[in-house]
Design a protein around this ligand. Sequence first.
Ligand code: 5AD
Ligand code: SF4
Length: 427
Amino acid sequence: MNVHDTARIAEVMGQSGYELTQDPGDADVLIVNTCSVRHKAWHKGISEIGRVCNAKKRPDVVVVAAGCVAEQEKEHWFEKMPTLDLVVGPDHYAALPELVAEVQAGRERHILATGFDRGRSEDFLFANPDKKQGPTAFVTVMKGCDERCKYCIVPSVRGPERCRPMDDIVKDVETVTAAGAREITLLGQKVNAYASDGATFADLLARLDRIPGLARLRFTSPHPKHMDPALIDAFGTLPSLCESIHLPVQSGSDHILEKMGRQYTSDFYREITAALRHRCPDMLISTDLIVGYPGETDRDFADTIALLEDVRFSGVFSFKYSPRPGTPAAQLQDDVPELEKQRRLAFVHDIIAKIEREIRATLVGRRYDVLVEGRGRNPGQFSGRLRNNQIVNFLMPSDVKLTEVGGELMEVEIIRAMPHCLEGSLV
Ligand code: 5AD
Ligand code: SF4
């Protein structure tokens, strides 16, 4: 989501005549986008802003702190870093050029733009019809989150749930597909809670599926409790909807899930994923996991490992729990020692690496369509993804240019499973 936000910031500034530069010493405006979801990301953002402020040589250079850490720190940041000019939360990117101009005109020294909009149609940035799109693109369908998972800072830095009107989303998907995108990923903090004018998320998918030129549809991140039967039935029914899902589980222990406020049990999660695989037997499922949540015992962790082995995820983003300021979990004792968190994380990595290898090995010898996205790892190789989201590298005849085949669907036979990707051969 933040990668998309950064791209939108660049786009908004670009529309006002700014150009990206590779050399920060050249820049008139330095913008640091930040994430506060985990302590490590927060720390990285804070350090980067500090570094950029200290490196500010010319007084006319405008330094901007953007994103969730900006929303969290608000005006306190100006006290800590007097050379910082602008603090801009996630709902204020459209105003960035104007705010930068105000600083440049010397009208204001420190400008704070935080707080949340009402989620009206115009509060979402529309796709730019003049921008040439790559093979894949993101489209935001909702922002914010009304859930209260006890460890999570997102609701306080991204605000309440606000959904875009379906017509606006359709327009954006039409714009980006007309400009060259073949695959769209719908974005939202809790994307499958989408609801607008009586339409559900499943309705939205069905509507988008009919858009000419759209070959593949994905979404991130859904909440398991909103995986209702209509949404599950969309898989294997809508031709564009890909046979893969990233469905954050966070823990396999019912005791910890309850303490996290996730509102489902590990068995419910098993049922949902089994139902998805009933619709699409080859569906690949990935997830997010937190290890070392307050009170997580060896027994709880063993339940998580059992879930990993039962569901057989094709990928896991696993994180050590870190308390986030203002969240209910931050009141609990962070009682799993750091070394034990590291041990659990390493254990998860090992198990998942083994399962991922086994899953990839089952794909060898099969044929799939790959959406060509870019150059591969080795000379002469191109790279793309399958509908199940696996990355494939494959050799292309030397006279074929990426500009000719980028965005094309080509058939490959999988010839080898590598540790993190597949190798294929053009059919
Ligand atoms: N500590 C560790 N991981 C967290 N996540 C969210 N909050 C925390 C936290 N306080 C993880 C969750 C979420 C992902 C984006 O970040 O796994 O799905
Ligand atoms: Fe955070 Fe996701 Fe829970 Fe919302 S649903 S509070 S974004 S973890």
